[in-house]
Design a protein around this ligand. Structure first.
Ligand code: ATP
Ligand code: MG
Length: 277
């Protein structure tokens, strides 16, 4: 009789979709018998690895759909190289509270100062909490929008951008948008603002120059900024490119690299692109 129930326990766990608990059942049952655990203690010990495995599966799915180009964490970030960044503020953002509050984050600064790195590190916080994240560059946005338009899938595309808990749009400003593209970005910002969903934007452009980003339309730019900045943390990074530091250390640029920061402190006159990581 008891052997039947043991089999039922094993089969039942399989049937209700708890393969991890099924795999550990015999071992945990033996531990329970040896240590004289209570029934609820045994059940808790059996469920623990099952729930952990489920959480991990959700995280893996979130990461695989996130579009993150690579994994970078705050622990990989050398704050001493970029003293203009308030480390305490970044660490506070990494608690993920900004997402619960529907706050946006704008990283501004010249090339190579770590805007994408920090955006990715915060994106990982979202995925690892089992929340949906979508990362894309402004260029991806334009490419995918053209495709969606050609395939008559614009409503689906808009939904894809306006449902994730966190949307990261990287490299806004390196590419001027045409009217249609600017108006899509504007719609995305409006919908996410209404839904109180957080957006992270990285940009080389000062806000005063966002008219150029929005198809030369300062009215649309200021309406977008009004919504974005209503609940936002703006991190303006002033400093040297970490990429060039690496190259300098490798002896490729023996001299000092002079980047021409404007009075706004964010825009170099030339964008020195190094090959992607
Ligand atoms: N302070 C830092 N500590 C460690 N790595 C850094 C730091 N700053 C940047 N990096 C690394 O340097 C490279 C360039 O950084 P990142 O791509 O984040 O720059 P960016 O500001 O987004 O530049 P761009 O405007 O050109 O996109 C990345 O590999 C990033 O991980
Ligand atoms: Mg970047």
């Amino acid at each position: 009789m008891s052997a039947n129930y043991e089999q039922l326990a094993a089969d039942g766990l399989e049937q209700i979709g708890a393969p991890t608990a099924r795999g550990q059942l015999d071992q945990i049952a033996q531990q329970a018998a040896a240590a004289g655990w209570s029934y609820s203690h045994f059940l808790g010990r059996l469920l623990e690895p099952e729930l952990a495995a489920r959480r991990q599966r959700v995280i893996d799915i979130c990461l695989s759909f996130s579009g993150l180009p690579w994994k970078k964490r705050l622990s990989d970030f050398d704050f001493s190289f970029q003293p203009s960044i308030d480390r305490t503020l970044i660490e506070e953002l990494a608690t993920g509270r900004f997402m619960t509050e529907g706050r946006n984050i704008i990283f501004q600064g010249p090339p190579g100062v770590g805007k994408t790195h920090l955006a990715i590190a915060l994106g990982l916080v979202c995925s690892e909490a089992g929340q949906r994240l979508l990362f894309l560059t402004a260029l991806d946005l334009v490419r995918r929008m053209k495709l969606a338009f050609a395939q008559n899938r614009m409503p689906h595309f808009l939904k894809m951008l306006t449902t994730p808990k966190l949307l990261i749009v990287d490299e806004v400003g390196y590419l001027g948008l045409d009217t249609q593209q600017a108006s899509l970005l504007f719609q995305v910002i409006c919908v996410r603002y209404e839904k109180q969903l957080s957006t992270i934007i990285t940009s080389n452009k000062a806000f005063a120059d966002w008219g150029q980003v929005f198809a030369g339309d300062p009215i649309m730019a200021s309406a977008a900024l009004d919504r974005l900045l209503h609940r936002a943390t703006v991190i303006n990074i002033k400093g040297d490119s970490y990429r060039l530091r690496e190259k300098r250390l490798a002896g490729l640029f023996p001299g000092a690299i002079a980047l021409d920061h404007t009075q706004k402190g964010v825009i170099p006159t030339t964008k020195l692109r190094s090959p992607r990581r």
